[in-house]
Design a protein around this ligand. Structure first.
Ligand SMILES: [Zn+2]
Length: 458
C-alpha cells in the first residue's frame, strides 16, 4: 500500500498539518520560510529527491510504500527524549520514528508532551509505547481523546498513558489524529462531568449538625467510585465525619490496615460537609457564564466546592494504576468551632505527610498561617506555589498568604503539618451574595491533581 507524500510527512512528524496552506499530490506550497527550510533539511537527510523554488517544494521520487517508512525514518533518528519542549517539531529527530507523528499531533492539539517511547523488545516481550504529558489534566484529556477514537490505552500514571498498539498502528494513529482540529469538546466534556457533581451537592441542604443527607450523597458517590477503584476505603466515625484512603490505611477501623503499608506517609485532602445556614433546594442555582449563585439565600459553595473537588479527584484518578495513594476527610461541624475535625481519632493522622484543605475563598490563595498561628512553613507553601506556576499563567498562579480559622487549625494542632488551605473559587461566603467562579474552582482541581502526582512521598 503506497502513501501520499502528505501522509508521509504527517506520519514522520515532519509537518503537523497546521502550517501547509495547500498540498497537491507531490507539490507543497509554502509561505513560512523557516518551516520550509526545516522540511527540506529532513527530506535531504532521508535521501528524498525534491526541487524547491521560492514558495513550494516538489517531491520528485515516486510515492513510498507503507512498509518502507519505518526503515527510512530511522536514518533521521538521533536518539534521546523530548523534554517538555514547547516546540517539539523543531527537534523531532530526537523522538523515536514510530511515535513521532503522534507526538507532533498531540502537541499541535495543545496537549504538550514531556516524554515518549515507541515501545521496545525486552526479554522477548514488547514493552508498550507510552506518552507523558506536561500537565496531569492533559493526561486525562488525551485519555478521553484516545477513547473516543477507540485506541486502546492504559492510564498508567497521572502523567503517562500507555498505548496498546503496534509500530505500524502508531503511524496510522498520527494520520487519524491529524484529522482532528481541536480537543475543546473533550475538555468541555470533562468539565461538564465535574460540574455535575458540584451542582448536585448544591441541591442538598446540610446546616451544621444536620449533615445527614449530604453525607449519604457522598457515601453513595464513594461506593460508585469503589467499583472502579477497589482500593478505595472509607468509614464514618462516631461524630459523622467521613474518613478515607485510596489504599489500606491506618485509622479507618479494624481489619483495613495492612502491615508494612500502614505507615507509608500520604497526603490528605479535606473539605467540610456542613454549610453555615440552611438553603432551600427550591431556590434555584443560577449560572451566568462561569459564575454560579443562588436566587435567594447562601449558595453553599463554602464548602461544597471543596467536597466536589475531592469526589471528582477520586472518580478521575481512582482507577489510574500507578496513582500515588492519598487520604481524604469530609468533616462535619466546621462552621461551629470545627468540632467534627476535633473529634477525629489521632490514629487517622499517623500516616499523613501533609494536609490540603479545600476551603478557602477566592482564587489563588495558599493559606499557611493565621494572625496567631503558623500552619505550615512558608517554604512548604512556596513549593505549592511553584507547582501552580508550572501549570498556570502568571496571573493565575497561587500565592502563599495569611487566612482565617478553618479545619486547617485542627490539622495543624493534630500535627498534620505542614498543611495549607487552597482557594476553591467561592466569594462572599456566609452571605446572600455568595457566588462561585467555576474557572477558579476547576483550576484548584487541576492543582490538587498535580500535587498528588508530584509531592506524594510514598
Ligand atoms: Zn468553609
Amino acid at each position: 500500500m503506497s502513501v501520499s507524500w502528505y501522509e508521509f510527512l504527517i506520519m514522520s512528524g515532519i509537518v503537523s498539518g497546521s502550517a501547509i496552506p495547500s498540498v497537491k499530490e507531490n507539490v507543497f506550497n509554502w509561505n513560512y520560510n523557516n518551516e520550509k527550510f526545516r522540511v527540506e533539511n529532513h527530506l535531504e537527510i532521508l535521501g528524498i529527491n525534491f526541487s524547491s523554488d521560492y514558495e513550494s517544494i516538489t517531491i520528485l521520487d515516486p510515492q513510498l510504500e507503507f512498509d518502507q517508512i519505518d526503515q527510512l525514518l530511522r536514518r533521521d533518528y538521533c536518539g534521546g527524549q523530548e523534554n517538555g519542549e514547547q516546540n517539539i517539531i523543531s527537534n523531532i529527530s530526537c523522538v523515536e520514528p514510530p511515535i513521532r507523528g503522534v507526538v507532533v499531533q498531540l502537541n499541535r492539539l495543545g496537549l504538550l508532551t514531556a516524554g515518549s517511547c515507541a515501545g521496545h523488545i525486552q526479554q522477548n516481550r514488547r514493552t508498550l509505547p507510552w506518552i507523558s504529558f506536561f500537565t496531569r489534566n492533559d493526561t486525562l484529556v488525551a485519555s478521553e481523546l484516545f477513547k473516543s477514537l477507540s485506541i486502546p490505552i492504559d492510564y498508567y500514571s497521572l502523567d503517562r498513558l500507555q498505548i496498546n498498539v503496534t509500530t505500524n498502528e502508531l503511524y496510522r494513529l498520527a494520520l487519524k489524529l491529524s484529522e482532528i482540529r481541536s480537543v475543546d469538546d473533550v475538555r468541555k466534556g470533562i468539565f461538564k462531568v465535574r460540574k455535575r457533581t458540584l451542582l448536585e451537592l448544591l441541591q442538598i441542604p446540610g446546616e451544621t449538625g444536620n449533615e445527614n443527607s449530604v453525607r449519604e450523597y457522598v457515601i453513595a458517590k464513594l461506593k460508585d467510585h469503589k467499583r472502579e477503584c477497589r482500593r478505595l476505603f472509607f468509614s464514618v466515625d462516631r461524630q459523622g465525619n467521613i474518613l478515607g484512603s485510596t489504599i489500606p490505611s491506618r485509622g479507618l477501623g479494624r481489619g483495613i490496615g495492612r502491615a508494612g503499608q500502614a505507615l507509608r506517609k500520604k497526603m490528605m485532602f479535606a473539605a467540610h460537609l456542613d454549610v453555615v445556614q440552611e438553603f432551600s433546594p427550591s431556590d434555584k442555582v443560577v449560572m451566568k457564564g462561569n459564575i454560579v449563585s443562588r436566587e435567594r439565600g447562601i449558595l453553599g459553595a463554602d464548602d461544597r466546592a471543596g467536597v466536589a473537588i475531592i469526589l471528582n479527584l477520586l472518580r478521575e484518578v481512582g482507577g489510574v494504576r500507578n496513582c500515588p495513594p492519598f487520604k481524604f476527610v469530609f468533616t462535619v461541624g466546621e462552621e461551629q468551632g470545627q468540632y467534627g475535625a476535633e473529634a477525629i481519632d489521632l490514629d487517622f493522622f499517623e500516616d499523613v505527610s501533609f494536609g490540603i484543605s479545600l476551603d478557602r475563598q477566592c482564587c489563588r490563595d495558599i493559606v499557611y498561617k493565621s494572625p496567631s498561628q503558623e500552619y505550615s512553613t512558608r517554604e512548604f507553601a512556596e513549593r505549592v506555589e511553584r507547582v501552580s506556576s508550572r501549570i498556570f499563567t502568571e496571573e493565575n498562579k497561587y500565592v502563599p498568604c495569611e487566612g482565617g480559622v478553618s479545619d486547617l487549625r485542627v490539622w495543624s494542632n493534630k500535627d498534620t503539618r505542614p498543611c495549607v488551605n487552597l482557594s476553591v473559587g467561592y466569594c462572599k461566603a456566609h452571605s446572600n451574595e455568595e457566588y462561585l467562579d467555576l474557572s477558579c474552582w476547576d483550576r484548584t482541581h487541576q492543582l490538587a491533581k498535580e500535587l498528588i502526582s508530584r509531592y506524594n512521598p510514598s
